[in-house]
Every structure is written in structure tokens, then in C-alpha cells.
Write a protein that binds this ligand. Structure first.
Ligand code: AHR
Length: 629
């Protein structure tokens, strides 16, 4: 391969090409990124979330007395908050314990401190007293202990700190009253103090750091299908996800399990800020998944079909406008902005993008509602970029209806999704070369190379890397991309492949993760065209070599990406980057056999002169960063 770069023809490209798409699928949120360790802390699990999994308000809880366990008793009379109607009722006495088994157990690290909290009350006139809180290992041995006081009267929050004496894979939380009488408990919570950036109600530090290490320029949340939901009753309403935890309105999600919404819009915005990424919330376009109920065989509560009734749409549109105020407004002038300030963030979050809709069927029901929302946002907040959707991807459809609609409305950007074979990604590198530059810009919001059995391996990772060279080339029309899905908990994986697998103790990035990371950490804002000369004229050979050269204006560095999907090494000569002849460069190479799932990038310092005699290994992605200093 001879690559002759033409720096004089450089063109600006998006500096937000690589982002992440977080959705609560595969237990990505509760039991995953959200660091809460108690499962069903609010007793709000319900058969509506998924009757097949035995979900009810006692899920993950049990009462122990004299070595025997029994189901918990739950009441809804005079609850802590109307959005959180269930609480547990104990006929408390010494010797009894209320236990929670966590998400596949509660994993503890020796020496780490854990914040316990609970809302409690006892009947008027009762003396109140002490409740012991313990963490027990797999054999029932105590590994941490503290206590809280409970009192008669109104609901009151109590807290305690527990320090783990030892590592435990699957501990149990045990709440043991020393008082006698009726005791009500709700919002029983346990968080590690060590969350990402030490945030209260925060994120699991190791998982969040793994996301931050991708250096994503934006985070799309909370879905995906979770955003538009399974039937209109299941549409994700952002207002249900903010404010005090006990006042949030939990619900089942489209993937068939419970979401506490403890990881809600405030936490998403804060995470974006913590990692220097733009927030990209996606809200339903007034229609649920496929304009109806979506998972065959797994309906939730038999939600209504169609879209939000037109007479309710004004209020729904207002909800979306209120979100912009919540994120960016002045707390002195707007009640939603005030709520953000009360949550600890008086400064705006600088929201710039809003996604409306998620691969919805483009029907009159959708179009009518989308148009209402789009026009309202455009009129009141012209500075916000609305990202529309062009519908679900079916081979051959080319999203025709979606594109026609978005073009007619002059939507600034549209979200495309496609999951396809590595062969498709190899053969469609000209996909965006063909796009009309006068039409909306593209956010490739979900994509991944799928093989039979759905592994994430060198073959899929390199097909994605190859395709991303064409995305960088088209970075004038493609503004953003995000691989999907992002997270999957082992034992609870509903979709493969994912970018990062994890369990309670470990985080396991895939090979595809490293493609994303190499691009995320080495993206630019200017594309440098290049002439390619490949000795072998065969089209199938030519297509398996990908090249891209970008410049990052912040550092002044030039970055060359070379992808080789051939089974043989390829001698490579890069020319035309003359200013840097004696400069320093860093080379990172990801390579392996096509089926390799454990390949990791190898990094070394090199001299720029190597570019004239570089050899791409067989099946590899090479990223060469030429330093400006
Ligand atoms: O990424 C998983 C799902 O795929 C998303 O929720 C949805 O948008 C798409 O169908």
C-alpha cells in the first residue's frame, strides 16, 4: 500500500464522531453502572415488570427467624411517597432479620466503606430503639456491622457506615431489629463510598472509568427502546427520574426487568460532565416502540397502542421543553432549573442536543407527533440541535420514508441504526460517500458487526474499524457514531454482542471496545485526503484495506489509521506528511486471528520515518499518532 496524503486538501470533520450509547439493557443500569447494591430497595418490583421472573414487591428480600425464612409482608397504606407506594412491615423483635440478596449477591471489597440508609417509622407511642445492620458472607459470617435508630411517628431517614472486614463475592445485607413492635422500612440502600468521582448516589467506579477511557465525545441515554418503551404507559418520562430518590417513579423497562430510575437524568447529566462528554438525551416522539407494544411474548401491562393521545400531546411537548430548562435554565426563573440547583448543580449542564424518537416506524401517528415536538423545540430553543430518527433498518429499505420526512421538515440531524455482518461493513464503505450533503446530517446511533453466534472478536472489531475509516472520511456529513449495546452483565445478557461485559467484581472490555477506544482517543477535527495505491487490483483485496488520516487541532497531532482485514501482512508506505519528518510518533496495534476475543492493543513509541517502511500485520488496526511537539 502506498498512501500519499494531500494535506493541502484538508477538510473539517465533526469533532464528536465517537461517543457512547448507554441503555438499560442486560442489567446495564440497576445491578450494573448504578452503584446501588440492594436489589428492590423500594419494594416496587412488580409482576408488571415481568411476571415470568417472579418479580413482586418482596423480590430479593426474605425475613429470617429461628433459622427459617419467610416472605416479606408489604403494605401501601400511608406510604413514604405516592410514587413509591410499597414498604415492608415487620412484626419486629430481637432475633429477627430482614435480608436482601443484592444483584447476584453483594460484592464487598476488604477495607471499603459502605453507606447504608433506610427510611423507617414505628407506630405513635412506641419507644423505638436500635436496628443492627450487618453484612454476612456466603457462610453467614459477619463481615461488617453498624446500627441505626428507629423512632415512632413520621418516616425518617437514618444512615450508617459499614466497613467490610474481608472480600466477599456474594454477601447478604441483614437488617436486625432490637426493638419490639410494628416496624415499617422503605428505601433500604447500600452504596460503596468509592463511586466514580466519589458522587453520592453514584456510578460503579470501575465500569464508569472503563467508559471514560473510551474518551467519548457524547453520551446518548437512556435508550434505545427503553426511551420509547413498550406501549405508551411505558414511555420513559424524564421527570420520573429526577428529584429525591424516594419520590422517583420506578417502572418496568422494555427489556423485561425493573428500573429504579435511581440512575436518572441528573445522574446522566452529571456523568457526562464528569467525563467531558456532551449529553444526548433521547425522548420518545410521542409514540412507543413500533407505535405500539413491542416485545413479542413479553408484554408489560398491556400498554395502549398507537401514540400519546393528541389531547395529551401539548403536555408531553411541554415536558420536553421543561427538560431543556432543567438542563440549561436559570434556577431563579424556572422551577425545573431550580430542581437541578437543589440537586446540587446550580450551573447549567449546557445541553446542546436532543434526540426525538428511536427507530420508530414512520407512520402518520409518528409524523404528527414528531412535527409538534420538533417545531416547539425549534421555536423556543433554536440553539438546540434536534436529532430525528429515520426508522428501523431493514435490508433494502434505505430508510426512505424517514429521510423524506426529515428532509421535508429540515431536521438538522437524523439517527440511523444498523446491525449487520462484517461483510456488509466491508462492502459498504462507500455508504456515506453517496449521501446528499444538502440533507440532514447523520448520527449513526447504533451499529455493530454481527456474526453467527454473535461473538465480539477480531473479525467484527476490524470490520467496525474499517468502516470507521469511511466514517472519518465522511465526517462532514456524519457527525456522531455510537456502537450498541454498550454494557452487559454476565448471567443477564439479553443481546449480543455488547461492547463491555461485566460481573459484580470484574469489567471485561471486548476487542470491539479497543476499536472504539483507539478511535475515541485518536480522533481529529480535520480529514486529510490521500491517494491510495494498492498493488493488488482485486476489489475484494482493496476493500479489506482501510485508511484514514486526520488532524487534531487541539494538539496539532496527525493521526494515521490503517486497517488490514487480509490474512497476510501488507507493506505500507505513508507519504506526504512532510512537516513531521524527524518527529516522534506513537504506534498502537490491535491484531490477532479473526476468532480472537482477547486481543488487546500494543503500544510503542516509534519514529515517523517508520511510516515509509511500515508493515501492517495480518488482521490488524494500526493507529499512528504523529506528535506535533
Ligand atoms: O441496542 C439494542 C436495541 O437495538 C436498542 O434498544 C434499539 O434502539 C435497537 O433496536
Amino acid at each position: 500500500l502506498q498512501l500519499t496524503v494531500r494535506p493541502e486538501e484538508a477538510k473539517p470533520i465533526s469533532d464528536k464522531l465517537i461517543g457512547i450509547f448507554f441503555e438499560d439493557i442486560n442489567y446495564g443500569a440497576d445491578g450494573g453502572l448504578y452503584a446501588e447494591l440492594v436489589q428492590n430497595r423500594d419494594f416496587e418490583y412488580s409482576p408488571k415488570d415481568n411476571a415470568h421472573q417472579g418479580f413482586d414487591s418482596g423480590y430479593a428480600w426474605s425475613v429470617w427467624e429461628n433459622g427459617q425464612s419467610s416472605a416479606v409482608k408489604v403494605s401501601t397504606e400511608n406510604p413514604l411517597h405516592e410514587n413509591n407506594p410499597h414498604y415492608v412491615v415487620l412484626q419486629a423483635k430481637p432475633g429477627m432479620a430482614l435480608r436482601n440478596s443484592g444483584f447476584d449477591g453483594i460484592t464487598l471489597k476488604k477495607g471499603e466503606k459502605y453507606d447504608f440508609s433506610v427510611f423507617s417509622r414505628m407506630p405513635e407511642g412506641s419507644k423505638g430503639g436500635k436496628v443492627i445492620v450487618r453484612l454476612l458472607d456466603n457462610e453467614g459470617k459477619e463481615v461488617a456491622k453498624s446500627s441505626v435508630r428507629v423512632a415512632a411517628g413520621k418516616w425518617k431517614k437514618q444512615s450508617a457506615v459499614l466497613t467490610a472486614q474481608t472480600d466477599v463475592d456474594a454477601a447478604v445485607l441483614s437488617v436486625e431489629p432490637e426493638v419490639t413492635g410494628e416496624l415499617h422500612l422503605d428505601m433500604v440502600s447500600l452504596f460503596p463510598q468509592e463511586t466514580f468521582k466519589g458522587r453520592k448516589n453514584g456510578l460503579r467506579a470501575d465500569l464508569a472509568q472503563t467508559l471514560a477511557d473510551l474518551h467519548p465525545r457524547f453520551v446518548r441515554f437512556p435508550g434505545g427502546c427503553v426511551a420509547h418503551g413498550n406501549g405508551i404507559d411505558n414511555i420513559y418520562r424524564w421527570k420520573n427520574s429526577v428529584g429525591p430518590l424516594e419520590a422517583r417513579k420506578p417502572m418496568g423497562n422494555l427489556w423485561g426487568y425493573h428500573q429504579t430510575l435511581g440512575l436518572g437524568y441528573f445522574e446522566y447529566f452529571q456523568f457526562c460532565e464528569d467525563i467531558g462528554a456532551e449529553p444526548l438525551p433521547v425522548l420518545a416522539a410521542g409514540v412507543p416502540c413500533q407505535n405500539s407494544a413491542c416485545i413479542p411474548g413479553k408484554p408489560l401491562s398491556g400498554g395502549q397502542q398507537g401514540g400519546i393521545p393528541m389531547e395529551e400531546m401539548d403536555a408531553y411537548v411541554q415536558d420536553i421543553l421543561d427538560l431543556i430548562e432543567y438542563a440549561n435554565g436559570d434556577p431563579k426563573k424556572n422551577k425545573w432549573a431550580k430542581m437541578r440547583a437543589e440537586a446540587g448543580h446550580p450551573k447549567p449542564f449546557n445541553l446542546k442536543y436532543i434526540g426525538i424518537g428511536n427507530e420508530d416506524l414512520i407512520t402518520p401517528i409518528f409524523e404528527e407527533r414528531f412535527e409538534m415536538i420538533f417545531k416547539a423545540v425549534k421555536e423556543k430553543y433554536p440553539e438546540i440541535t434536534v436529532i430525528g430518527t429515520v426508522g428501523p433498518f431493514y435490508e433494502g429499505t434505505d430508510y426512505e420514508a424517514g429521510w423524506k420526512f426529515a428532509t421535508r421538515l429540515n431536521v438538522p440531524m437524523v439517527d440511523e441504526h444498523y446491525y449487520n455482518t462484517p461483510g456488509w461493513f466491508i462492502n459498504n464503505q462507500d455508504y456515506y460517500d453517496r449521501y446528499d450533503r444538502t440533507k440532514p446530517k447523520v448520527y449513526l446511533g447504533e451499529y455493530a458487526a454481527h456474526l453467527p453466534g454473535r461473538p465480539n472478536n477480531i473479525e467484527t472489531a476490524l470490520a467496525e474499524a474499517l468502516y470507521l475509516t469511511s466514517v472519518e472520511r465522511n465526517g462532514d456529513i456524519v457527525s456522531m457514531t455510537s456502537y450498541a449495546p454498550l454494557l452487559a452483565k454476565e448471567g443477564h445478557t439479553q443481546w449480543n454482542p455488547d461492547l463491555i461485559y461485566f460481573n459484580n467484581r470484574e469489567v471485561k472490555p471486548t476487542v470491539g471496545y479497543y476499536t472504539q477506544q483507539l478511535y475515541g482517543q485518536n480522533s481529529g477535527d480535520t480529514y486529510l485526503p490521500a491517494d491510495r495505491k494498492i498493488d493488488n487490483p482485486r476489489q475484494d483485496v482493496q476493500k479489506r484495506i482501510g485508511t484514514s488520516v486526520v488532524r487534531d487541532s487541539k494538539t496539532g497531532d496527525w493521526i494515521v489509521k490503517l486497517v488490514n482485514l487480509l490474512p497476510v501482512p501488507v507493506k505500507t508506505k505513508v507519504e506526504g506528511l512532510t512537516q513531521t519528518e524527524n518527529g516522534k510518533a506513537v504506534l498502537q496495534v490491535l491484531s490477532g486471528k479473526p476468532t480472537d476475543k482477547n486481543a488487546r492493543p500494543v503500544k510503542k513509541d516509534v519514529s515517523v520515518t517508520e511510516l515509509s517502511q511500515y508493515e501492517m500485520p495480518a488482521y490488524s488496526l494500526s493507529v499512528i499518532r504523529i506528535k506535533s511537539d
